[in-house]
Design a protein around this ligand. Structure first.
Ligand SMILES: [Zn+2]
Length: 93
């Protein structure tokens, strides 16, 4: 019975490693064309009523420009799952 038990232990260990390693997002600045990696706390996610008003934003570490990019469902899931601060915009008037 030691075989299956080992597999479970290995899976748990991997889950622990995933949690310990901070998630890094690759981003590019359209202004200075710099490329860099950002941690979850450097990003902000805004979810609006439609895909047009859903975006993520960050401040470029190179030139200080506030960059805003549209976020699809997949990106929203990715960012919110990584602990990015999420802002919900209410546009149902
Ligand atoms: Zn920049």
């Amino acid at each position: 019975m030691s075989g299956p038990a080992r597999e479970v232990t290995a899976a748990a260990a991997f889950a622990g490693m995933r949690r310990a390693v901070p998630v890094v997002f690759k981003a590019a600045c359209p202004d200075c064309r710099g490329r860099f990696e950002l941690l979850a706390n450097a990003l902000r996610l805004a979810i609006g009523g439609s895909s047009r008003t859903t975006f993520y934003s960050f401040t470029c570490p190179g030139c200080g420009t506030a960059v805003r990019k549209p976020a699809g469902d997949r990106i929203v899931q990715l960012l919110s799952g990584a602990g990015v601060r999420t802002l919900r915009l209410h546009s149902t008037v």
